[in-house]
Design a protein around this ligand. Structure first.
Ligand code: ATP
Ligand code: MG
Length: 332
């Protein structure tokens, strides 16, 4: 079977609609066709300051949301990154394989460090794409389900896998990004020129899955559109309306063309009212399921423990082979 690997940060509060449509939905789908490994990437979270108690809570919170979204521990391996020490270990190897200039070209660092102030950004934030390379290569992943913003990091992963294989012999599977064209980039509801993001969006432009459904409905209804009146998919000229159509289409499994037809002659308000209802119907059971997992931390922790064990078996084998190829003297 092909192998899927992806990671998501333990965000404070809640995953947002972009995370769900761009990434998590694909995690759920790929459990059926792939050997799938999904992790809560707490090592990545500490690239920016974290409160210890909150980080712990957010890690459980993230796992609960992934299960609520449909990840099934019987069909995939769900674990916490720091439970598998091989990530940090292979991360170092990958650091030593990456050029400084090459790392400097990663646009996410430029964006994120600009926001923080270049002097306050950590070296960890600078090298986090290289840790991500290790995350993926450890599992010999063939497919990496992510949003469009991660494409460059998957490119880097491919480059480093090929570089290592070329220098030390065939060791790593060269992975491909798995990015769904329609939902790879969901836009901010208030500023459809930027992606919906936990760090860049304004509160009104960001749909948090665990928000009060009333708040969610209100955000949908006040989404920015345009001064035209036609409900038509045209991302270039009508980015706001197109974003709403994509969200509606994905959540209701209806082709965009069918939506365009059914909204012919109707006003934006009609689409927004319907989408608000669809969103409420989606988030209400999602919140309830997340809460059930949170109310039972023992079960949650045992799912994560079993996941870590399965993940470690795979990761340890890849790391051992890598160390051997590099020429590290075995410890015995
Ligand atoms: P930040 O802005 O701080 O990077 P984020 O909102 O991008 O946060 P992440 O935890 O970095 O959240 O992303 C988790 C996954 O969700 C990644 O695969 C990412 O590509 C995807 N993703 C994030 N935002 C969107 C979006 N607006 N549309 C589609 N996919 C997205
Ligand atoms: Mg991101």
């Amino acid at each position: 079977r092909p192998r899927a690997l992806s990671g998501i940060q333990p965000t404070a509060g809640s995953f947002h609609l972009g995370n769900y449509l761009g990434a998590i939905r694909q995690y759920v789908a790929l459990q059926e066709s792939h050997d799938a490994f999904y992790m809560v990437v707490d090592l990545h979270a500490i690239t920016v300051p974290q409160d210890p108690a909150e980080l712990r809570a957010n890690t459980r919170f993230a796992a609960a949301q992934l299960l609520a979204a449909g990840l099934d521990p019987e069909r995939c391996t769900l674990f916490v990154q720091s439970h598998v020490p091989e990530h940090a270990q292979l991360g170092w190897v990958m650091n030593c394989l990456t050029g400084f200039g090459e790392a400097s070209r990663m646009t996410q660092f430029k964006d994120k460090s600009a926001k923080q102030g270049a002097d306050r950004a950590t070296v960890g934030l600078f090298t986090y794409p290289i840790l991500q390379v290790a995350d993926i290569l450890l599992y010999q992943a063939t497919h990496v389900p992510v949003g469009e913003d991660q494409r460059q990091h998957i490119e880097l992963t491919r480059d480093l896998a090929e570089r290592f294989n070329g220098r030390f012999g065939e060791t790593f599977t060269v992975p491909a990004p798995y990015i769904v064209k329609e939902t790879g980039k969901i836009y901010d509801l208030q500023d459809p020129a930027i992606k919906m993001s936990k760090s860049a969006s304004t509160p009104k432009g960001l749909i948090n899955l665990l928000d009060d459904p009333k708040v969610t409905a209100k955000k949908v209804k006040s989404a920015v559109t345009d001064t035209d009146t036609v409900i038509r998919f045209d991302p270039e000229n009508k980015p706001g309306v197109s974003n709403l159509l994509v969200i509606m289409s994905t959540l209701t499994d209806t082709p965009v063309a069918d939506l365009e037809k059914s909204y012919e002659g109707k006003m934006y308000g009609a689409l927004k009212t319907d989408l608000a209802e669809v969103m409420v119907d989606f988030v209400t059971p999602f919140r309830a399921r997340t809460q059930e997992y949170l109310d039972d931390p023992e079960t949650l922790d045992s799912v994560l423990a079993k996941g870590a064990e399965k993940a470690r078996a795979v990761a340890a084998e890849t790391l051992a082979q890598t160390y051997d190829r590099i020429g590290f003297l075995p410890a015995k």
